[in-house]
Design a protein around this ligand. Structure first.
Ligand code: 5GP
Ligand code: ZN
Length: 110
């Protein structure tokens, strides 16, 4: 499958890893929208939030299990977690990812 984030998981494309375990990879966004901008992805390919099912919800739950320790390792107490589903919502990579944004005062969601 021609998926950018699967290639990152497979090591075909380099990344700056922040956290990794058997199910999750977190790495710095290549084009940061905040002083701290990290992407957290399941290693299994899911096209987006709308593709999560009962069979894959545990992977998403695990992502939220590790987000607190990722945030702590980044010295973030206040941060935003967001995912975009579909082009109209701003999704540009078709592999589920959660943005962790922080390091500045974040404005209201648009
Ligand atoms: P989306 O727009 O789909 O919600 O988020 C995709 C994110 O992936 C964007 O913030 C973009 O900067 C980031 N991104 C795109 N290509 C790469 C890449 O090759 N490496 C990394 N680290 N981030 C990427
Ligand atoms: Zn993928």
């Amino acid at each position: 499958m021609d998926c950018l984030f699967c290639k990152i998981v497979n090591g075909e494309i380099p990344n700056k890893t922040v956290y990794e375990d058997d199910r999750v990879l977190a790495f710095y966004d290549i084009d940061p929208k905040a002083p701290v901008h990290v992407l957290v992805i399941p290693k299994v390919h899911l096209s987006g939030a709308a593709a999560v099912t009962v069979d894959t919800a545990a992977d998403v739950a695990h992502i939220f299990e590790v987000i607190p320790q990722i945030a702590k390792s980044l010295d973030l107490t206040d941060f935003r977690v967001v995912t975009n589903n579909g082009p109209d919502a701003g999704q540009t990579v078709g592999h589920l990812h959660f943005h962790i944004l922080g390091g500045r005062v974040l404005g209201e969601m648009g």
